[in-house]
Design a protein around this ligand. Structure first.
Ligand SMILES: [Cu+2]
Length: 481
């Protein structure tokens, strides 16, 4: 979907204010041109999938009942081997039997992760508990498989094995981990946050089935807790989840294409993760979405295949998966009125191509300043907009209201990971690098700028949000796999 002119037109048609059109990347569609299947919201705005999204929606709907192939991970002689489950790509007529086959293979794939994770937890005081390409482990674990049980060894490369082959960005992450260890040895020694106790944000497919369900269950909990938003300002807010959506809607003009884009969204995501933990008992770290893994067929991926262990469906109203009974209350755009409707996706394969690993790698390795990095990331094509377009739909394709789709947070964790990895390449200078403009003051951005999440969290200085290991007054303490 390479839209820009029609989208800008549609934005104007839909009544988006001129400020939004100016501030956000053209082509980040809140709304797209009307068509036969346009849904007219109560505000009169037309929200429809784009023509290309509709095409893919039609083709993917045929396979909706067919669970996506999740790779089966097996380990032979320390080498991770990933293969697609042939059972999972059975025809729709065999959907029911392949469903169980797919779930079984998926469970065996994730067993590797959970077993390895617990073996790592058992050695917290040992150097090898740091997930590092150079660490080693001799734990022998038995991994259940669909065919037969296999004795395998936790991969030496990492205590957190990947369910998919490492892509070029994963490889950069692994090969530059030594820089983080060097930094930690000199700058984190004796502090409260260390590499050993930092939480580890992992990719969606690398979580076990139970871990994924624990995450979506906590999100559902947040969607049921009562809102704290001011009822006069946000009359439509019905839940704590809506509180986050409303803050993003209100702050959107000041936190995109701005000096604080990366830091604001890092803080927003962290605060969301904190709410999941403190208000909904979530015990894990926030997952992220590795765009590249599913770019060939995002609709039939472990994220969007509609399974109980997914983030819901790829097209139309989400009637399957963990968010089947979730209703979007706010939006579209900046509308804070109560506007209940189903969560709609328009998962788009074309947009996913903008987020391939080679593009992400070049973003990281070729951006020598933070300004270049954040401008390229938010440009078109770029991984930020590309990820939003990959989700699409209502409110996922709406720049203001996009946090109304729970996928927003996995996408922005991916954005945060890319920033983190860019920082890791040169921690000395990049842990204090700020570029671009503060759109509230219209001055050059600085570490002293105030970052505000409204009612969600305290106002803090931008400079304190730059380091995931000890930033935010010590509250940040995480890394990414
Ligand atoms: Cu945003």
């Amino acid at each position: 979907m390479r839209v820009s002119i029609p989208v800008i037109g549609a934005l104007l048609l839909a009544g988006a204010d001129a400020r939004c059109v100016k501030v956000y990347p053209p082509g980040h569609p809140s709304h797209v041109p009307a068509s036969a299947s346009a849904a007219v919201t109560s505000s009169g705005s037309v929200v429809v999938p784009s023509p290309s999204a509709q095409t893919s929606a039609v083709s993917s709907s045929a396979s909706e009942s067919t669970p996506a192939a999740e790779p089966t991970t097996s380990t032979k002689a320390g080498v991770e081997i990933v293969s697609s489950s042939s059972a999972a790509v059975a025809s729709t007529t065999a959907a029911i039997s392949s469903q169980s086959a797919a779930e079984t293979t998926s469970a065996s794939a994730t067993a590797v992760t959970s077993v390895a994770a617990s073996s790592s937890a058992a050695t917290t005081n040992v150097v090898t508990s740091v997930p590092s390409p150079s660490s080693s482990s001799s734990s022998i674990v038995v991994v259940p498989s669909t065919a037969a049980s296999t004795t395998t060894k936790a991969p030496a490369a990492s205590n957190y094995p990947r369910a998919y082959p490492a892509d070029v960005v994963d490889k950069l992450r692994d090969s530059s981990f030594g820089k983080l260890e060097t930094y930690a040895a000199s700058s984190l020694a004796g502090g409260a946050c260390t590499l050993e106790n930092a939480s580890i944000r992992r990719e969606w497919s690398d979580l076990s089935a139970d871990e994924r369900i624990a995450y979506t269950t906590a999100v559902r909990c947040l969607q049921k807790l009562p809102a704290k938003s001011d009822a006069k300002e946000v009359p439509g807010a019905r839940s704590r989840f809506d509180d986050f959506m409303a803050v993003h809607m209100a702050k959107t003009p000041f936190v995109h294409n701005s000096a604080n884009f990366l830091a604001w969204h890092r803080y927003f995501l962290f605060t969301y993760e904190k709410a999941l933990k403190e208000e909904c008992g979530y015990a894990g770290a926030h997952p992220y979405w590795n765009w590249d893994r599913y770019a060939a067929d995002p609709a039939n991926s472990p994220l969007f295949n509609g399974n109980a262990t997914s983030m819901g469906m790829a097209s139309g109203c989400n009637t399957q998966g963990p968010f089947a009974d979730y209703q979007v209350n706010l939006g579209p755009g900046t509308s804070t009125r109560y506007n209940p409707r189903c969560l709609k996706r328009a998962v788009n394969r074309d947009a996913a191509q903008d987020c391939k690993a080679d593009r992400t790698l070049s973003l990281i390795t070729r951006s020598s300043s933070v300004s270049a990095f954040q401008d390229t990331m938010q440009g078109i094509p770029g991984v930020h907009v590309g990820g939003h377009f990959t989700i699409g739909g209502d409110p996922g394709g709406d720049i203001n209201a996009s946090p109304g789709d729970p996928m927003f947070y996995l996408h922005h964790a991916a954005v945060d990971r890319v920033w983190w990895l860019w920082q890791v390449q040169d921690l000395q200078s990049r842990l204090s690098a700020v570029g671009g403009k503060d759109l509230q003051t219209n001055r050059a951005g600085s570490v002293k700028d105030t970052v505000s999440l409204g009612l969600l969290n305290n106002d803090v200085e931008l400079g304190t949000l730059l380091n995931t290991l000890g930033g935010n007054g010590g509250e940040f303490c995480y890394i990414y796999m």
